[in-house]
Every structure is written in C-alpha cells, then in structure tokens.
Design a protein around this ligand. Structure first.
Ligand SMILES: [Mg+2]
Length: 121
C-alpha cells in the first residue's frame, strides 16, 4: 500500500494484514524505490500523496519493466462520477473510494485484480 494517512494505513492493514503480506509506503518516493526492490503482486495507491501524486507514481510503475504488469488500484477520496473513467483511462486496474466503509468491497477488488493479470508485457 502507498498511503500517507496513518488512519487509512491502519484500516487497510487491519483488513488485509491477516490475508496478505503487506508492505507500507508513506509517500511516492519511498514507494517507487521500495516497489522496485520488492516487486508486489498488487499495489493499492493513494492518489493524494505529500510528494508526488498517485498518477505520477503510476506512470513510474508503468514505465518500469519489472513493475509494469502489476495491477494497481487507486485509492481516492474524490467521489465524483467521472473519476472512475478518469482513473481507468490513466491505467489503473480499479478504483476505490475512501473511506473504506465496507471491507468486502476492498477484498473483492483485491482478489479480482490478483486473479486477473493483465498482459502489459
Ligand atoms: Mg493521501
């Protein structure tokens, strides 16, 4: 997960921690370094980060040969009807609106993305 808000990290860890091995990054710079060292099966990526925005992090992921096929789910507080299209057009595999009120929505998105490895090679 790439998320700067400690409360959101706590919540994501509580939901996912018992099921998955979760690495946490608090900003885009740390994420871009860490993801290259430890290639994940999936990235949950906050759009609003203190240093880079999530779209910049996604661009780096998609430009990296080792990371470009990794599914990325956008996490954003911007609950606008047009946003889903905007984020999927940008190259995200899915989109979740914060706060996460229903953990089954998160788990279904994660499982769906893990089961569907898009061919971006
Ligand atoms: Mg944020």
């Amino acid at each position: 997960m790439v998320e700067d808000n400690p409360d959101n990290r706590l919540l994501l860890r509580a939901i996912l921690g018992g099921r998955y091995e979760v690495a946490e990054y608090e900003n885009g710079t740390a994420a871009c370094e860490g993801l290259r060292e430890q290639i994940p099966d999936l990235v949950l990526l906050d759009i609003s980060l203190p240093d880079m925005d999530g779209l910049d992090v996604l661009r780096q992921i998609r430009a990296d040969a080792a990371l470009k096929t990794v599914p990325v789910i956008a996490l954003t507080a911007h609950d606008m009807p047009s946003d889903r299209g905007k984020f999927t057009a940008a190259g995200f595999d899915d989109y979740l609106t914060k706060p996460i009120l229903d953990e089954s929505v998160l788990l279904e998105a994660v499982e769906s993305c893990l089961g569907r490895r898009p061919d971006r090679a």
